[in-house]
Write a protein that binds this ligand. Structure first.
Ligand SMILES: NC(=O)c1ccc[n+]([C@@H]2O[C@H](COP(=O)([O-])OP(=O)(O)OC[C@H]3O[C@@H](n4cnc5c(N)ncnc54)[C@H](O)[C@@H]3O)[C@@H](O)[C@H]2O)c1
Length: 255
């Protein structure tokens, strides 16, 4: 039980990597607050975990709405009493291309550019702003940001997304600097291609599949593999790690 007695806030917990983390964290003894704007899938996730005898509560919100975040974290704090882990995971990518254009700076409408940053970057900052004081009052904790290899190497075609993920890498370092002495560790995962609903729209042909599997291991990653890394950063096994930016990409960025 690597997270026995811990309370974890997971954003984007209704799907993909966040859902996998919710399963993994609760398996290891954590109580989890599941934050997501998808009411149906979020409620289903809560049901799945509670039916399995775990402690989980779903909160529906848009993390880019600062007031909604403030109210939600206050409710989570009231319910659980302390907060020890935050997985800043929620984000939009290819799967939201119908709503927000994921392309180069030249072709991204300004309103879409802003919205992508508001969700992927400001959203994580909003949640952190409200979780941190509680975490510090709880004696410290672990924050894990879910960025992307787009923040490490130049990947054409999703510039606002890339900017948001680069921002998360930079914030990881400055939060690690600012809150290390408060016993808050801040680390960052940079996933490569992970098989989740977010990637579904981008993989339509065998050529797409081959493109996203073009790494040293020759395959895409699974949400469970990212959840295991998040678990490591959340647990005391990584107690001497902070400010780490970890690519989790089957070796893509090593090529
Ligand atoms: N799948 C990949 O290949 C990949 C690669 C690198 C990074 N990532 C990052 O991993 C994270 C998780 O993505 P995933 O692959 O599990 O995708 P996913 O689409 O399965 O999950 C994302 C979740 O975030 C939620 N969400 C999105 N915007 C929200 C908002 N404004 N407020 C509340 N909830 C919101 C969605 O409803 C969804 O449940 C994202 O930040 C993504 O950018 C994914």
């Amino acid at each position: 039980m690597r997270l026995h007695g811990k309370v974890a806030v997971i954003t984007g917990a209704a799907s993909g990597q966040g859902a996998a983390a919710a399963r993994r964290f609760t398996e290891e003894g954590a109580s989890v607050a599941l934050l997501d704007w998808d009411g149906e899938q979020g409620a289903a996730m809560e049901r799945e975990l509670v039916d399995a005898g775990r402690t989980a509560a779903f909160y529906q919100l848009d993390i880019s709405d600062e007031q909604a975040v403030a109210d939600t974290i206050a409710a989570v704090h009231q319910r659980f009493g302390h907060l020890d882990v935050l997985f800043n995971n929620a984000g939009i990518g290819y799967s939201s291309n119908d709503t927000y254009t994921m392309t180069s700076v030249l072709n991204t409408p300004v309103a879409h550019w802003r919205k992508i940053l508001e969700i992927n970057l400001d959203g994580a900052a909003n949640v952190t702003r409200h979780v941190l004081p509680v975490m510090i009052a709880s004696g410290g904790g672990s924050i894990i940001n879910n960025s992307s290899i787009n923040a490490i190497v130049g990947m054409p075609g999703a510039d606002a997304y890339t900017a948001s993920k680069g921002g998360l890498v930079a914030l990881t370092r400055v939060w690690a600097v600012d809150y290390g002495r408060k016993n808050v560790r801040v680390n960052c995962i940079c996933p490569g291609s992970i098989r989740t609903p977010m990637m579904a729209d981008a993989i339509k042909t065998p050529e797409d599949e081959a493109h996203f599997s073009n790494n040293l291991l020759g395959r895409m990653g699974t949400p469970e593999e990212i959840a295991d890394i998040a678990l490591f950063f959340a647990s005391d096994e990584s107690s001497y790690l902070t400010g780490v930016i970890l690519p989790a990409d089957g070796g893509w960025t090593a090529q």
